[in-house]
Design a protein around this ligand. Structure first.
Ligand SMILES: NC(=O)c1ccc[n+]([C@@H]2O[C@H](COP(=O)([O-])OP(=O)(O)OC[C@H]3O[C@@H](n4cnc5c(N)ncnc54)[C@H](OP(=O)(O)O)[C@@H]3O)[C@@H](O)[C@H]2O)c1
Length: 180
């Protein structure tokens, strides 16, 4: 389990260990290429491979505060899109070393990024604001599909993470199943 903040990461590991789960922490800031490469190296040295990569880190800028609008776009895309591509690139070699019959990368996206939600004025998300976030998740969909993998919320991410070799791929899905 990766996090950019060492103490928050260790706290999370302790909490999970208290629930009987075996979790190790690695430092990873998805906006920092050196951090990404270092994290992949640590995992490779400790474990040699991974079976599943879950790209979960994501931000939403709800208030600009002292940020310019351009900076809000940059910050959002830096984490939600630009960070995902190099993280996936860095960890794919470790996925390729997996002996699992279905190693996979999962991309944590959002319904708000699906174009369908803006085609239909009756759609529950049609009028939802957070345009910058929405655009970043739409871009993530193209990236994820180009990686031939899938996305969805936490429950769906777990389902996808343990799919067998006959499981779906190259699809966008949510808790309700495969989506247009
Ligand atoms: N919550 C929802 O309703 C919802 C719905 C659909 C999709 N999603 C997506 O699900 C994912 C998780 O969302 P969440 O609701 O659990 O949000 P969250 O509680 O804010 O968690 C996001 C996590 O991403 C981490 N993060 C942010 N920037 C990072 C960076 N540069 N490097 C490494 N880690 C970074 C944060 O770490 P820190 O603790 O250091 O800030 C935080 O732990 C996101 O991709 C989000 O877009 C959420």
């Amino acid at each position: 389990m990766a996090s950019r903040d060492p103490s928050r990461g260790e706290t999370a590991v302790s909490t999970l260990a208290g629930q009987g789960l075996s979790v190790e922490h690695v430092i990873l800031d998805v906006t920092d290429d050196d951090s990404i490469i270092a994290a992949a190296k640590v995992v490779e040295e400790k474990n040699g491979h991974i079976d599943v990569l879950v790209n979960n880190a994501g931000i939403i800028v709800k208030h600009l505060n002292d940020r310019s609008r351009r900076q809000a776009w940059k910050d959002t895309f830096d984490t939600n899109v630009f960070g995902v591509a190099p993280v996936t690139d860095a960890f794919i070699p470790l996925l390729k070393k997996s002996v699992d019959p279905a190693p996979r990368a999962v991309f944590g996206s959002s319904d708000l990024g699906r174009l369908e939600t803006k085609y239909d004025p009756q759609h529950q998300h049609f009028k939802r604001p957070v345009l910058v976030y929405r655009c970043s998740k739409t871009a993530l969909h193209m990236l994820a599909l180009a990686e031939r993998s899938v996305e969805g919320g936490p429950k769906n991410a777990v389902r996808l993470a343990v799919l067998g070799k006959d499981g779906e791929t190259g699809q966008i899905s949510g808790d309700e199943g495969i989506l247009p």
